[in-house]
Write a protein that binds this ligand. Structure first.
Ligand code: PMP
Length: 399
């Protein structure tokens, strides 16, 4: 039997209260998630009584920290169905995508989609790839039929978001992998918004690279991961040089460590890695399936309420994952966000680092409410109350 979807975990998150001690209705989890005490305490221990460097020390504390750091790698890799030697710690999803864009040995054509985050557009441009753009279906999904007709043997890479950070639309990754592989291309998945809200198994999905950030998964900032197939990572040269990524250095010739160390130059984000693993442990203890069902119910509830308002436009498909973008007629999303803030409701308003998607939607910005495992109906009620208040304020200005 499935456990009930409803979760009640606000008390685990010290960030979810205002400075006055009132509930803070945080609906910006897609930007970054609040941190549970378990993560905060794990990081504090790693910075405190457990602190030492990794990989170099000859003393016991450093050896223990090295074991903890590598155990964190194992834990994070297993969370997405991968193996530790396939998982590179990066600064975040952005750096993970940059790593592939710069280091993948054959830079040819890459197929992106209209809904990509800037961090899955600009790295390819900067690294000299020729970018093609796959359109969306009318309800805001990446149009895989269009992708099938656009892909050619010249494409080396397809890079798509698993879940859109604006529309919440989900990609059929297995089908995207089939299409990419049919023309000999590799598939990179930007999993930033998927990993916190959907079960992910990179082997079952059939992708070649998977990028994500810890901070959206209830972990620390400053760390994320690139999962890649071993043979692909082995074929990729390092993209940054320094300590820890070498085998042997001389002035004449330097040889490199195998992956993943090859891609982790310098002292790594040690305490962040410990926090990353603690976040994974926290999420696993609750169950990602349960988190998913909890968010599905919240999305359905909010979409139902907004759907009953004739001055609200919703973007994205009805079954969006954890994210609802919308517009209130006659009110700029920034004004809505500011008025909501006065009522301790935090939403995101803007282009969400997806300007091509805004151009496609024909709007400069959207308002976005996004849920996390700690969100509940009280957050939705506060948002709806704030929308009603905004309507009254704007009605009285224009009336
Ligand atoms: N891709 C998507 C879909 C995102 O939502 C984000 C963060 N907003 C990123 C990539 C970039 O992640 P980060 O800034 O953590 O590197």
């Amino acid at each position: 039997m499935n456990a009930p979807a409803k979760l009640s975990l606000r008390d685990d998150f010290p960030g979810l209260v205002t400075t006055e001690g009132q509930p803070w209705h945080y609906l910006d989890t897609a930007a970054t998630a609040q941190k549970p005490r378990a993560v905060i305490e794990a990081v504090a221990r790693a910075l405190g009584e457990d602190y030492a460097t990794v990989h170099r020390g000859v003393y016991a504390r450093s050896a223990e920290m090295t074991l903890a750091y590598e155990a964190a790698r194992r834990r994070v890799a297993q969370f997405i169905g991968g193996r530790e030697e396939e998982l590179v710690f990066t600064r975040g999803a952005t750096e993970a995508i940059n790593l592939v864009a710069y280091s993948y040995p054959k830079k040819g054509r890459v197929l992106l989609s209209v809904l990509e985050h800037h961090s899955n557009i600009v790295p390819w441009q900067l690294a000299g790839w020729q970018v093609d753009v796959c359109p969306l279906t009318p309800d805001g999904r990446i149009d895989l039929d269009a992708a099938a007709s656009m892909l050619t043997p010249e494409h080396e890479m397809v890079a798509f978001a698993h879940v859109s950070n604006v529309l919440g639309s989900r990609l059929d990754v297995a089908r995207a992998a089939e299409l990419a592989h049919a023309v000999g291309a590799k598939l990179l998945i930007d999993g930033c918004q998927a990993v916190p809200r959907l079960p992910v198994d990179v082997v079952k999905l059939g992708c070649d690279f998977y990028a994500f950030s810890a901070h959206k998964l209830y972990g620390p900032t400053g760390i994320g991961a690139l999962w890649g197939r071993t043979e692909l990572l082995e074929a990729m040269p390092p993209w940054q040089g320094g300590g820890s990524m070498i085998d042997r250095v001389t002035f004449e010739r330097t040889t490199y460590a195998p992956p993943p160390q090859r891609f982790e130059a310098g002292t790594p984000a040690i305490t962040e890695a410990i926090g990353f693993a603690a976040a994974v442990e926290y999420v696993e203890a609750i169950g990602i399936d349960r988190i998913h069902r909890h968010e599905v119910e919240l999305v359905a509830s909010l979409r139902r309420e907004l759907g009953a308002m004739n001055d609200v436009t919703q973007f994205g498909p009805d079954d969006s994952a954890g994210i609802v973008s919308f517009a209130l007629d006659g009110v700029h999303p920034h004004d809505l966000g500011t008025i909501l803030d006065e009522a301790d409701v935090a939403i995101r308003a803007g282009h969400h680092c997806a300007q091509p998607l805004m151009d496609h939607l024909g709007v400069p910005a959207t308002a976005r409410a996004s849920f996390g495992l700690y969100s509940d109906e009280s957050d939705i009620a506060a948002l709806l109350e704030g929308i009603a208040r905004t309507r009254r304020i704007f009605g009285s200005i224009s009336g």
